[in-house]
Write a protein that binds this ligand. Structure first.
Ligand code: AHR
Length: 499
């Protein structure tokens, strides 16, 4: 198979914001407890946070981190997670049929964020709660002092405000599974009122309103329109969520999941811009793609309906997908899609980080290691700098059951003062793809290429073999007369660095 690419540093899509490489930590399964927080683990500090996990999160290169949910937030009382740890209540977590011990709350999570060097993106509960609790949390977090709630924060050990800029107005409020779900009218009004109240405290907040929980939701499109008709003036972002898994072994479609993500983003942009046109507004709403990943969700859906009333475990093993090479290559294709929409997707959160559909896994008392998906994320976060470039792709096609014929290679590129980076995915299941890229005005002289592929596309990193899959160097990359050539193995994701 072959692909011919053309790109020019002069033809930009938009700046690549650091927030595109955000993460997501939910109180779910072993994400927090026995994941990032495990007092007594040999690598844990006095705060109970595992330093081996902190190091891996730093290596991953995640910017803002969304917290505390997810579905969890729609039943959460933030007050349960502040104050003396010994006094905190144990609560039923209906979203994940677990017991929440509240040993980690806002203060502890901020301590962990300071260790990993990430910014907090906080979600408020608009499921079982509303405007009042949202503004109380904002007062607690962001007011310097002199009021009941800000003084409570100070008494709880944090003299300075948290200074949280980015807030999510609930989570997946269209989902039948969501506690306190609403229809678009009701949610749009609630989100608008909540945003309005929050801005009365702090006009400079960046607020994310919930879009559909998936492109496949029956109200997709009309949900976004109605919600934005109510909340357009008060919010800055609308969220997108997307998870992909292979259906019945259809890996050709799975590898082309970026095609679905492209269409999803284009549709939400069109809908937001339609509302803008009707309102004759100068303001532009951007996308916060605040949940995206490969997730074998059908496995979870099969068990969640059958949980008995006496079953509320603490930190159970939930959603612990083990990712293979083909998962990582598909995942790399999703990153390519996000980069190609850098003008409108100005924030994104990989869902999630540790143990729960995570690029990082841990064992209690044992090691922490990188899943296959770790590699494309870390490399893209490190190399995608400056502006995203338009890449013209002229390529052979591969047939897929879901998306018809798709280009065999998907590609994105960025350019900064230090060079050009190219991100490439070969979707062919059996054939290599020869890529020729005309780099036009790029003043580059050196090339290196690294990526992920394997003779066994189902190879994965497991507790028994934690380093089975790692980044590999692609020695075929050559640069001559402003043209790059590189051969991509079948089912592969590659990052090419040109300086
Ligand atoms: O990431 C797992 C779950 O997926 C989140 O809690 C929810 O928002 C989504 O449905």
């Amino acid at each position: 198979a072959r692909a011919r690419l053309t790109l020019d540093p002069a033809f930009t899509i938009g700046a690549v914001r650091r927030r595109l490489f955000g993460g997501f930590v939910e109180h779910l399964g072993r994400h927090i407890y026995d994941g990032i927080h495990e007092p007594g683990h040999p690598s844990a500090g006095p705060d109970g946070f595992r330093r081996d996990v902190v190091d891996l999160v730093k290596e991953l290169g995640v910017s803002a981190i969304r917290y505390p949910g997810g579905n969890f937030v729609s039943g959460y009382n933030w007050e349960d997670g502040v104050g003396p740890v010994a006094d905190r209540p144990r609560r039923l977590d209906l979203a994940w049929h677990s017991t929440e011990t509240n040993q980690v709350g806002l203060h502890e999570f901020q301590t962990w964020l300071d260790l990993v060097g990430s910014e907090l993106m906080l979600a408020v509960n608009l499921g079982t709660r509303g405007v009042k609790e949202a503004i109380e949390l904002l007062e607690y977090a962001n007011i310097a002092g002199g009021t009941a709630l800000s003084e409570q924060r100070r008494a709880n050990g944090r003299a300075e405000p948290f200074g949280i800029r980015m807030w999510c107005l609930g989570n997946e409020m269209d989902g039948p599974w969501q506690l306190g779900r609403r229809d678009a009218e009701d949610y749009g009004k609630l989100a608008s009122m909540t945003a309005n109240a929050m801005r009365q405290i702090d006009p400079g907040l960046e607020l994310v309103v919930c879009g559909s929980s998936a492109r496949s939701m029956p109200t997709f499109g009309s949900w976004e329109r109605t919600v934005l008709e109510h909340a357009y003036d008060e919010v800055d972002y609308i969220s997108c969520h997307a998870y992909y898994e292979p259906a019945d072994g259809d890996y050709a479609s799975f590898l082309a999941s970026g095609t679905d993500m492209d269409a999803f983003i284009d549709a939400v942009v069109a809908t937001a811009d339609h509302v803008r046109a009707v309102k004759r507004s100068d303001k532009r709403i951007d996308i916060s793609f605040d949940e995206w990943n490969v997730w074998y969700a059908s496995r979870w859906n099969a068990i969640e309906d059958n949980l008995p009333i006496d079953h509320w475990p603490v930190a159970p093993r939930l959603l612990e997908d083990v990712y293979s090479v083909v998962d990582a290559v598909t995942f790399g294709g999703l990153l390519i899609s996000l980069l190609n929409h850098a003008d409108r997707v100005t924030s994104a959160s990989l869902a999630q980080l540790v143990n729960v559909i995570g690029p990082i896994m841990t064992e209690p008392g044992g090691p922490a290691w990188r899943q296959t998906t770790f590699f494309p994320f870390a490399l893209t976060s490190r190399l995608a700098r400056g502006d995203a470039l338009r890449v013209l792709v002229d390529a052979d096609t591969v047939p897929t059951a879901k998306y018809g014929d798709v280009p065999v290679v998907s590609a994105a590129a960025t350019s900064s003062g230090t060079g050009v980076s190219l991100f490439l995915q070969n979707r062919h299941l059996t054939e290599p793809a020869t890529v020729t890229a005309d780099l036009r005005g790029a003043a580059v002289t050196t090339v290196t290429a690294q990526g992920i592929w394997d003779d066994d596309m189902h190879a994965a990193n497991t507790p028994a073999d934690r380093e089975r899959v790692a980044l590999r160097t692609n020695d075929s990359a050559r640069l001559a007369d402003g043209t790059l050539t590189v051969t991509l193995p079948p089912v592969s994701w590659t990052a090419v660095s040109l300086a």
